[in-house]
Design a binder for this molecule. Structure first.
Ligand SMILES: [Zn+2]
Length: 328
C-alpha cells in the first residue's frame, strides 16, 4: 500500500489523532542533575503516548524547554504545579524550534505565566507572534495531526525574544548556552549546560521513542548543516543527552556520533533507491530493514507503528530532497 506522510495523516489518521480524556501525566527528575526534570503530558493525543516532553531547568530562575503543543498545555501546567513551581516563577520558555509539537502552546502559556518570556531563533520569532501562516502550513503538511495539536495563539506583544547563537541564559547557579543547530529545521537551537555536561538537543539527535531511534529530517533538508550541527555538539563532549522526543540518556557523545552514522546510512540507502528506481515506500522499507536501531518498529501497537512509519517516510522524503539538490 502506497502511503505518503501527507495522505496518511490526513486520511487514515482521522480516527487516530483524537484527544484522550485521561492523559497520564508523568514527572521525572534526573537522578544526578537535581536542576533537571521532565514533564510528559501523557497521551493527550491518542497515538502520541511517550512522545511529547518538556524539560524544566530550575535554579534561582526557572526555564522550560519546549512547552509542547497547545493541546498539552493543561497537562504541562499541571506538571509544573506538581513540581511545586508557581506560574509566576517561570522566567523563560525556551523554544528549540517552532513546530507545533514544541512551541505550539507558547502564546497561550505566556498569558498564563505572567513573568515568562519566550526565547526562540530569530527566524521563528515572528511566527510565535503571528502564528497564522505557521498554522496554515502545519495543517497542509500534518493534516489531522495539526488539528489534534491545536491552533497556536499569538504571543502577547513584547514577550518574544530572538535568541543569539552563543548567548548564555543565566538562571542563577545554572548557565545554559544557546547553540544554533540547523538541520531538523533551519530555525532550530539546542542548549548546553557545561557544568553538568548536559546537552538538550531538541530534535537534532533524531527521535528516540518506543525503543526505536530514527532520523527526523523532513524536507527541505540541508544535510551538510545537520551533520555540522552534530559535529558541533559532539565537540562539546556531552555526557547527558535530552531528546526532544523523548527523555534523557547517558553516553551522549556516543549517541550523537551514532546518529550521525545513521543519517549517512539512510542517505546511502536513499541514494541506492534513487538509482534503482525503488520508490519512496520500498526505500523506507530498506532503511528500516538495514538499520538495527529500527528493530522493534514491527512490534509497536498499530497507532504508534503507523505514526512512526509516516515519520520515516517524511525523513526519506527529506533525504531524497537533499540528494536531488546535489544530483537533480
Ligand atoms: Zn517534534
Amino acid at each position: 500500500m502506497a502511503i505518503s506522510p501527507q495522505s496518511w495523516y490526513s486520511s487514515k489518521s482521522k480516527n487516530h489523532f483524537t484527544h484522550t480524556d485521561s492523559p497520564v501525566l508523568r514527572i521525572r527528575r534526573h537522578p544526578a542533575i537535581p536542576a533537571l526534570s521532565m514533564i510528559d503530558p501523557g497521551g493527550v493525543v491518542l497515538g502520541l503516548e511517550g512522545f511529547l516532553c518538556s524539560y524544566v531547568l530550575q535554579a534561582e530562575k526557572t526555564a522550560l524547554l519546549d512547552i509542547g503543543p497547545a493541546c498539552a498545555l493543561p497537562a504541562t501546567l499541571e506538571g509544573l504545579k506538581r513540581l511545586g513551581i508557581h506560574p509566576q516563577a517561570v522566567d523563560y520558555l525556551l523554544i528549540s524550534h517552532i513546530h507545533l509539537d514544541h512551541g505550539g502552546a507558547a502564546g497561550a502559556a505566556l498569558r498564563i505565566l505572567p513573568n515568562a518570556v519566550a526565547l526562540v531563533h530569530p527566524a521563528g520569532a515572528a511566527h510565535l507572534e503571528k502564528p497564522f501562516k505557521l498554522w496554515e502550513g502545519s495543517r497542509r503538511t500534518l493534516g489531522a495531526l495539526a488539528e489534534a495539536y491545536g491552533q497556536p495563539e499569538p504571543a502577547p506583544p513584547g514577550r518574544v525574544i530572538a535568541a543569539q547563537d552563543g548567548q548564555v541564559i543565566d538562571l542563577g547557579g545554572l548557565e545554559l548556552e544557546v547553540l544554533f543547530t540547523p538541520g531538523h529545521a533551519p530555525h532550530h537551537f539546542s542548549l548546553w549546560d557545561g557544568r553538568h555536561r548536559l546537552f538538550l538537543a531538541g530534535e537534532l539527535a533524531g527521535v528516540r521513542a518506543h525503543g526505536i531511534r530514527r532520523p527526523a529530517v523532513p524536507p527541505p533538508l540541508y544535510l551538510e548543516q545537520q551533520l555540522a550541527s552534530l559535529d558541533r555538539s559532539i565537540a562539546l563532549r556531552p555526557a547527558v543527552l535530552c531528546y526532544g522526543h523523548y527523555g534523557w540518556e547517558a553516553a551522549a557523545e556516543r549517541r550523537l556520533r551514532a546518529h550521525q552514522r545513521q543519517l549517512l546510512l539512510w542517505r546511502d540507502i536513499v541514494a541506492e533507491g534513487r538509482k534503482a528506481g525503488w520508490g519512496q515506500e520500498r526505500t523506507a522499507g530498506e532503511c528500516i530493514r538495514r538499520d538495527r536501531k529500527m528493530v522493534g518498529l514491527d512490534a509497536l501497537p498499530q497507532t504508534q507503528r503507523e505514526r512512526e512509519m509516516a515519520f520515516v517516510m517524511n525523513s526519506v522524503a527529506g533525504l531524497t530532497w537533499h540528494l536531488k539538490q546535489a544530483l537533480p
